[in-house]
Design a protein around this ligand. Structure first.
Ligand code: SAM
Length: 285
């Protein structure tokens, strides 16, 4: 029996027939927390519904309700509220040998990006110098530091909450010798790094919307013999090359040549829309 059917069964009598049909099909699990989304017509009975999740899922200790989106420059969740169970929104999520500690009411964590968090680390070669321009709590920096053999990762993050967790996660995962966290705006911090003489083998530009306004700064880290840029955004699947061309035009204006090494569609983002990732090799013309 599917979960929705079980949920319906235990809510017969509490919800009307019409309300039973509006129950969600799925839910998100992080650690021992379930995060649900509800049809607005069910909001009056949100706690009663939450209680049934606890009853049906023995390993789950808390239920939270997500009724907003991920928004703004810091990519923060708009509204995740406590419903029932243990009230603790700070969790340690273990994934692919990495511990991510964060407060899920303040910081986004996309389960849909799991494959990319794993895959990116497999591309990194021994001894690489990496700049992670939008590091967050260490989404990419941590798996790379744990599973590959980079020489150094400079991880830049602007949001103070995320930056604090980035520092904690570096310690929790014993990556202090590899990851150097930098608090600040990557537009400024990247220039400081390049003025100090740093050149990178790989630059990670993982933020939405696609960070077009940061390409000029990111290019100052390019090595004459070549640097790989991880560039991502949301695209119409049929026209995904438009996003690569946006990067290429700016690079060519700066006298760099671009080759698209690989592209990956990470997840669906709405009708016809996809989260795409490019690995772009940039070198001097
Ligand atoms: C949410 S993460 C992207 C995560 C990754 N793509 C994933 O989904 O797993 C993007 C991070 O960039 C940070 N950020 C946004 N603008 C920034 C800037 N100008 N400089 C440094 N960090 C920035 C945000 O605070 C956020 O933590």
């Amino acid at each position: 029996m599917g979960f929705k059917t079980k949920l319906k069964d235990v809510l017969i009598g509490t919800l009307s027939d019409e309300e039973l049909l509006l129950l969600p099909r799925g839910f998100q699990t992080i650690g021992n927390v379930v995060i649900i989304k509800l049809n607005p017509k069910l909001m009056g009975k949100k706690k009663k519904i939450g209680e049934k999740y606890l009853e049906l899922l023995p390993s789950i200790k808390s239920v939270y309700l997500n009724s907003g989106r991920v928004k703004g420059q810091f990519r923060t969740p708009e509204k995740i509220e406590y419903l029932v169970g243990v009230k603790n929104s700070i969790i340690k999520h273990k994934e692919h040998g990495v511990i991510y500690k964060f407060d899920f009411t303040k910081i986004m964590f996309s389960m849909g990006n799991l494959s990319e968090r794993k895959f990116l680390a497999t591309l990194v070669k021994e001894g690489e110098i990496i700049v992670d321009m939008f590091a967050g709590i260490g989404y990419f920096s941590l798996p790379i530091a744990k599973h590959s053999k980079p020489k150094k990762i400079f991880s830049i993050e602007l949001n103070p909450d995320s930056f604090n967790y980035l520092n904690e996660n570096i310690e929790l995962n014993h990556c202090e010798n590899i990851i150097t966290p930098i608090k600040g705006d990557s537009k400024i911090e990247v220039i400081k790094l390049s003025k100090s003489g740093l050149k990178a083998d790989r630059v990670i530009m993982g933020v939405f919307p696609a960070p077009k306004d940061f390409i000029n700064e990111a290019l100052t880290l390019a090595k004459a013999e070549g640097t790989i840029y991880h560039y991502e955004g949301i695209v119409d699947k049929e026209k995904y090359l438009g996003l690569f061309n946006e990067f290429k035009e700016i690079a060519e204006r700066n006298d760099y040549k671009c080759d698209l090494l690989t592209k990956r569609f990470v997840k669906s983002y709405g009708p016809g829309l996809y989260h795409v990732v490019f690995d772009i090799k940039v070198h001097k013309k």
